[in-house]
Design a protein around this ligand. Structure first.
Ligand code: FAD
Ligand code: DHB
Length: 394
């Protein structure tokens, strides 16, 4: 097979890229190791930055997002059993939208298939070849067990942290920055209405807790657990008890309980691989960088990368200009490092790492009090949380 852009991975990065390229008249084929059903159900991010929503709207992908997304104008920081609201919209003029990542994925798949887009699910043994030539190739085995080859002009590595794309770059061509935290996230989706109209980011001596939501009927909740914790050690009762304890307020807080529909543990990691390009291979999203979920930035960074990549490829294919491809990595990395810092900052302020010494604990409290009482500190948090405007990093 022959196409212009071979895309590895049908997560938000790969799917959005294939759609943006289609709008620009550029052909692509997406290969994905999981089934369509699996990627459409995989529960992950839930917060879309202001700019992410704009990108989806401009690309004609927001019909359902406009109807079902929940716009949020503030978040709560909860510590010492008190709430401190950060009025994101009042401070920045921007807002965030609660809309599940798998809903974004579902919406883009539907639009791509309606346009006869080529998406190959359940492929195995994906391999990249000839990346430093102008005819790179992707080989794989398709769902029927047949060996396939895609010859293309450019390969987009959108296959997440554990994918094959980054691993296809010789180690001496990459600078790796990697930081693993002591704690992880245990997340649940519960069939119960949210207990508060906004997200609550809680710092507690027993660990971080987050109250989020997916819809007026479904609540998403997280608790900080040890990095080596096993899901089987957490009964439903233990999860709810821990959430009640950490989310408690002096004046009382009613946390709604309900059947747990989904649960999982996610590691906290900060990771950047630079540059995000090797020859004709361009990395986008989690394949190039990971942030701890605390800042709600991963999906939004993937969208920002792809927006830049789509423009660079447009200039390349329609005008034969490669300048934007040459600056792709540095253009993305400005925003990536800002989000890396913000995600580390939120995690450092809110988590209760095992082994943290009394000095570190007092610093955390000082930062929480400062953020809750200083407009300048709150504004900085709000600006990063709503997402830096694209013009800031363009
Ligand atoms: P992925 O979504 O990982 O997609 C990569 C795809 O490539 C996958 O479908 C995978 O199956 C496929 N693939 C892998 N290897 C191969 C191969 N060899 N061949 C073919 N296909 C392959 N981000 C936010 O912005 N806001 C949040 O609120 C937020 N909360 C989160 C909460 C949790 C619990 C988790 C786990 C993550 C959260 N994130 C959040 C991060 C966000 O989910 C990721 O950053 C996002 O999924 C990145 O998208 P991506 O397309 O780059 O990678
Ligand atoms: C959600 C996840 C996050 O990491 C976050 O910071 C906010 C919300 C969520 O899944 O709803």
């Amino acid at each position: 097979m022959r196409t212009q852009v071979g895309i590895v991975g049908a997560g938000p990065a790969g799917l959005l890229l294939s759609h943006l390229l289609h709008l620009q008249g550029i052909e692509s084929i997406v290969v994905e190791s999981r089934s369509r059903e699996y990627v459409e159900k995989r529960l992950r991010a839930g917060i879309l930055e202001h700019g992410t929503v704009e990108v989806l709207r401009e690309a004609g992908l927001a019909d359902r997002l406009n109807r079902e997304g929940l716009p949020h104008e503030g978040i709560s920081l909860r510590f010492d059993e008190e709430d401190h609201r950060i009025p994101i919209t009042e401070l920045t003029g921007r807002m965030v939208t609660v809309y599940g990542q798998h809903e974004v994925v579902k919406d883009i798949i539907a639009v791509r298939l309606a346009a006869d887009g080529q998406l190959e699910f359940e492929v195995t043994d994906t391999k990249l070849h000839d990346l430093t030539t102008d005819r790179p190739r992707i080989t794989y085995t398709n769902a029927e067990g047949r060996a396939e080859e895609i010859e293309c002009d450019v390969v987009a590595g959108c296959d997440g942290f554990h994918g094959v794309s980054r691993q296809s770059i010789p180690a001496n061509h990459l600078n790796i920055y990697d930081h693993v935290y002591e704690s992880a996230w245990l997340g649940i989706l519960a069939q119960t209405p949210p207990s508060h109209e906004e997200l609550i980011y809680t710092h507690h001596d027993r660990g971080f807790a987050l109250h989020s939501m997916r819809s007026p009927e479904r609540t998403r909740l997280y608790v900080e657990v040890d990095r080596t914790e096993k899901l089987e050690n957490w009964s439903d009762r233990r999860i709810w008890d821990e959430l009640h304890t950490r989310l408690a307020l002096k004046e009382g807080f009613d946390l709604n309980e309900g059947p747990i529909l989904d649960r999982g543990i996610t590691q906290n990691r900060s990771f950047v691989a630079e540059p995000m390009r090797y020859g004709r291979l361009f990395l986008a999203g989690d394949s190039a960088h990971i942030v701890p979920p605390t800042g709600a930035k991963g999906l939004n960074l993937a969208v920002a990368d792809v927006r830049i990549l789509a423009r660079a490829l447009d200039a390349f294919f329609s005008l034969k200009k490669s300048e934007l491809m040459d600056t792709y990595s540095q253009d993305c990395l400005k925003r990536v490092w800002r989000a890396e810092h913000f995600s580390w900052f939120m995690t450092s302020m809110l988590f209760s790492f095992r082994g943290a010494d009394p000095f570190q604990k007092e610093l955390q409290k000082a930062q929480l009090r400062y953020t809750a009482t200083s407009e300048a500190a709150a504004k900085s948090l709000a600006e990063n949380y709503a997402g830096m405007p694209f013009e800031w990093s363009d």
